[in-house]
Design a protein around this ligand. Structure first.
Ligand code: GAR
Length: 201
């Protein structure tokens, strides 16, 4: 295999997806290529970002709360596109053990804190930054890790620290963590994992 085929799973604004697209255009990601973007929500801005970059998109929603079928629909799309790496970029769904076991060391997530702080079930998006500020930590950051059956519990690939400033609100902190940490380490981690995968093939 000369290039790893990447799928990005999203649920919202897609700024991390944009960081990946930009990194691909700049050649920072050169061992992999984003072939597919899947959203679990229709009408999110992440889908527009993908379409603008000429990347194939799909929307997969949970019908009548049926998670098994939801995950099977995602697997079908991933298989159809022969995807090697799945990147969760603001994907607000916890995947089941049967899904994560299917792709060992092939699913990557970005989380907006320094794991093991402020992570696991219930810690997502702005809630993570609210918790960090409420605790009073002086340093937070972002983590990119492999996904296994434990929410935010898989092996850490990269982390970057960000200082908390005196007048931070959850919103200002979220933006700074994205800009200084998430958008920096996610593309680098994706390149690293892509390069590892193609070197083993
Ligand atoms: C990002 O901060 C990401 O780290 C976080 O949601 C945001 C999505 O933003 N993910 C989680 O909290 C997962 N537990 P984006 O759609 O603009 O990339």
């Amino acid at each position: 295999m000369s290039i790893a085929r990447i799928a990005v799973l999203v649920s919202g604004g897609g700024t991390n997806l944009q960081a990946l697209i930009n990194a691909q255009e700049k050649g920072i990601i050169k061992s992999g290529k984003i072939e597919l973007v899947i959203s679990n929500k229709p009408d999110v801005f992440a889908l527009e970002r993908a379409q603008k970059a000429n990347i194939k998109t799909a929307v997969v929603t949970k019908v009548n709360g049926n998670k098994e079928q939801f995950e099977q629909d995602i697997i079908d799309l991933l298989e159809k596109e022969s995807i090697d790496i799945i990147v969760l970029a603001g994907f607000m769904v916890i995947l089941s053990e049967s899904f994560t076991k299917r792709y060992p060391k092939r699913i990557i997530n970005v989380h907006p804190s320094l794991i093991p702080s402020f992570c696991g079930e219930g810690f997502y998006g702005l809630k993570v930054h609210e918790a960090a500020l409420a605790y009073g930590v002086k340093v937070t950051g972002a983590t990119v890790h492999f996904v296994n059956e434990i929410p935010d519990g898989g092996e850490i690939i990269m982390q970057k620290a960000v200082n908390i400033l005196k007048n931070d609100t959850p919103e200002t902190l979220q933006k700074r963590v994205m800009r200084l940490a998430e958008w920096q380490i996610l593309p680098r981690a994706v390149e690293k994992v892509s390069a590892d995968i193609i070197s083993k093939k």
